[in-house]
Design a protein around this ligand. Structure first.
Ligand SMILES: [Mg+2]
Length: 283
């Protein structure tokens, strides 16, 4: 039986600086005003934080608006620019981990992104070439393919739902057919990627429910923190009163020489050796 490892990344301020801030800046929208004035004002009005920022963004889209008649193709073009900002060692980390896993029999590895960010932007980047699935906030488009509404927001607690889908081996298309499939009762030993075979990497601000879930069930979590800079979005969420929590904080350097990069390599190698020992013991 194959032993499956799942590596789950947050995206914003984890694999790259905040993608929404990047998008705003691409369209010359004042990101500081967006995150520090408009966003908290909407949250105080009672908007869910994810719905608040997506609504504010949609208000910039349309004829004569700052972003014009923005379509998924426009975001795909932005994604190509966004790729230039990926943190050191991204996307090479995927092949580096694949090479480790390839040295072991009967071990497979899959990568996922679970993000509050905008799906068209994140999926348009090279990251999607390496991921089994990217879960991110989805916008609806109108008949002219212009962004017109919110289809699926992913808030910080929603993120755990996708961890369960990954854990239970429910594909995104199965979940689309039946969003309640995730609630199916599946015995722990029949789940595709056990939580103790999962590694979660996030910046620790909107990742706390995911960190708790994975840690409580024996998986590993790594916190990412860029010492000198806090993004406008991170600061806005901290200003609202969010704690930042992560067992260990590492700068976002995924190269073999970076602390995070080397810890990730070690964590994957350790899961591979554990699985090899389990297989031998089972003989
Ligand atoms: Mg983040």
């Amino acid at each position: 039986m194959t032993s499956n490892i799942g590596v789950v990344f947050d995206f914003d301020d984890t694999l790259a600086p905040d993608s929404t801030t990047f998008l705003l800046e691409e369209y010359d929208i004042d990101a500081t005003e967006f995150w520090h004035e408009q966003f908290p004002a909407r949250v105080q009005e009672g908007y869910d934080p994810t719905v608040a920022y997506l609504t504010l963004l949609l208000e910039q889209i349309g004829a004569k608006k700052t972003m014009g008649a923005a379509t998924p193709a426009d975001l795909k073009r932005c994604a190509t620019e966004l790729e230039k900002n990926l943190y050191p060692g991204v996307p090479d980390i995927f092949d580096a981990l694949n090479e480790i896993v390839a040295q072991y029999e009967g071990v497979a590895i899959d990568y996922f992104v679970v993000s509050e960010g905008i799906e068209s932007l994140i999926s348009g980047s090279i990251i999607s070439d390496h991921c089994t699935e990217i879960y991110a906030s989805r916008l609806a488009t109108d008949g002219s393919d212009v962004f017109s509404g919110i289809k699926r927001p992913i808030s910080f607690t929603d993120k755990t739902r996708y961890l369960y889908e990954i854990n239970k081996g429910i594909t995104a298309s199965e979940a689309r057919e039946n969003p309640y499939a995730v609630n199916a009762e599946i015995p722990e030993d029949e789940r595709k990627i056990p939580f103790d075979q999962m590694i979660y990497i996030g910046d620790g601000i909107t990742d706390i429910p995911c960190f708790s879930l994975i840690q409580d069930r024996g998986g590993r979590v790594f916190g990412v923190d860029e010492a000198e800079t806090t993004s406008a979005k991170q600061q806005a969420i901290l200003d609202l009163g969010s704690p930042q929590r992560a067992g260990n904080l590492n700068s976002p350097d995924y190269t073999a020489d970076g602390q995070l990069g080397s810890l990730l390599r070690l964590a994957v190698e350790s899961l591979c050796t554990d699985s090899t020992i389990d297989q031998l013991e089972a003989l």
